[in-house]
Write a protein that binds this ligand. Structure first.
Ligand SMILES: C[C@H](O)[C@H](O)[C@@H](O)[C@@H](O)C(=O)O
Ligand SMILES: [Mg+2]
Length: 394
């Protein structure tokens, strides 16, 4: 069968939620005193937007074939990522067949190796890769999960990340992940305050509902160890991304001295199979959490997943809407997934990349059924109401 040729790739930017989901309005739980590596500076403790967490905005990558079929994807990256797509990556995409995804990925990665390897460049490559998978699904009229081996389960359970694990339990989620809000400089008093919150949540949700802390790269090994020891009393299930992504040695040391049963997780700011090989081979964590929009896209996540499986390690992707839902449905070592509560008070379920995607599915009673992912590609459409800007039009 003749595979259509990709005639155009276009890179747009847009602000206001969506893939850059930290780009929210005021009074949102996701920007309320959450500890970060910048928390050592009091001026940057109240709001992550104050130090620029939402400075990039969303990158929208659109592909169009010579037969007029379109595919798209969104990720974090904004205008600098759009520059990389239009000025550098486009030459490896335009003129290729829609089914040359591996070849395109290899050329994009190796052509940017001298300045890429992780971060923004890999975000841009991820955006192109996800758009390629969406386009292939549109051309073949198949959902992405059917292109990568098919579902291994009928429905997928989710835990919820947000300020209200007590409400998440009522909504049917299997666990609740709280954002940690104190940093090492706030010492024991800060830990005490967090344990009061954790204890109240444990009382509210009972003994079996999972409770976790997300620490967003904000701690030292010693402080993370103190937090873990204190949180063991409340049966914290895992402590997440407590150290900077490059501190593989710190993660390995911390993991050796965590309380029994408590898991150590990380990976959302790691990239490519090589970065995750470091995490796996150095024994940094109990399971990995790649973001499919930041780690290299679906093509790379499939490689990362196989490597993790060989290490008997689960892959629980960082919340990334439909771009990870299709993936987790097809992997035995991804038995549950994350859902980020994007309602400002974390008190109801709204689509994660709202308001950018039409037909974006959400878990119902904490579960996503495979039938919710039956449309071609990733099964979503770009909202026509978006103010798209193409900064580097060719
Ligand atoms: C809730 C965390 O602070 C981050 O905002 C979140 O994006 C990420 O770390 C997560 O695991 O969901
Ligand atoms: Mg996290």
């Amino acid at each position: 069968m003749h595979a259509p040729i990709i005639k155009h790739i276009r890179a747009f930017t847009v602000f206001g939620g969506g893939a850059d989901y930290h780009d929210q309005g005021a009074d949102h739980w996701i920007d309320d005193h959450i500890a970060t590596p910048m928390s050592r500076y009091p001026a940057y403790r109240q709001s992550r937007q104050s130090f620029g967490i939402n400075v990039l905005g969303t990158l929208v990558v659109e592909l169009e074939t010579d037969t007029g079929v379109k595919g798209f994807a969104v990720t974090t990256g904004g205008e600098p990522a759009a520059y990389i797509v239009e000025k550098h990556l486009a030459r490896f995409v335009e003129g290729r067949r829609v089914d040359e995804i591996e070849l395109i990925w290899d050329q994009m990665f190796n052509a940017t190796l001298y300045y890429g390897r992780r971060g923004l460049v890999i975000n841009a490559i991820s955006g192109v890769d996800l758009a390629l998978w969406d386009l292939l699904g549109q051309v073949r009229q198949l959902p992405v999960h059917a292109l990568i081996g098919g579902a291994v389960r009928d429905e997928q359970p989710f835990y919820a990340t947000g300020a209200r694990p007590d409400l998440a339990k009522q909504m049917g989620f299997i666990g609740g992940k709280l954002a940690f809000r104190h940093n090492p400089l706030q010492g024991t008093p800060g830990i005490r305050t967090e344990m009061e919150r954790l204890g109240q949540m444990r009382d509210a949700v009972g003994p079996d509902f999972w409770l976790m802390f997300d620490c967003w790269m904000s701690m030292t090994v010693d402080y993370a160890h103190q937090v873990a020891v204190a949180a063991a009393e409340y049966d914290l299930k895992w402590i997440e991304e407590c150290l900077p992504p490059d501190d593989y040695w710190g993660y390995a040391a911390l993991r050796k001295k965590l309380p029994p049963k408590m898991l150590l997780t990380t990976g959302e700011h790691e990239a490519t199979r090589w970065g995750f090989r470091m995490l796996l081979e150095m024994g940094c964590c109990d399971f990995i959490q790649p973001d499919v929009g930041w780690c290299g896209g679906l093509t790379e996540l499939l490689k990362i997943s196989a490597l993790a499986d060989a290490h008997n390690t689960m892959v629980i992707p960082h919340g990334s809407s439909v771009y990870s839902y299709h993936f987790v449905m097809t992997r035995q070592n991804s038995p549950f997934a994350e859902f980020l509560m994007m309602a400002p008070k974390a008190d109801n379920v709204v689509p994660m990349f709202s308001p950018m995607l039409l037909d974006e599915p959400v878990p119902q009673n904490g579960l996503l059924h495979i039938s919710a992912l039956d449309k071609p590609g990733f099964g979503v459409r770009l909202s026509p109401d978006l103010q798209l800007h193409r900064p580097y039009e060719r």
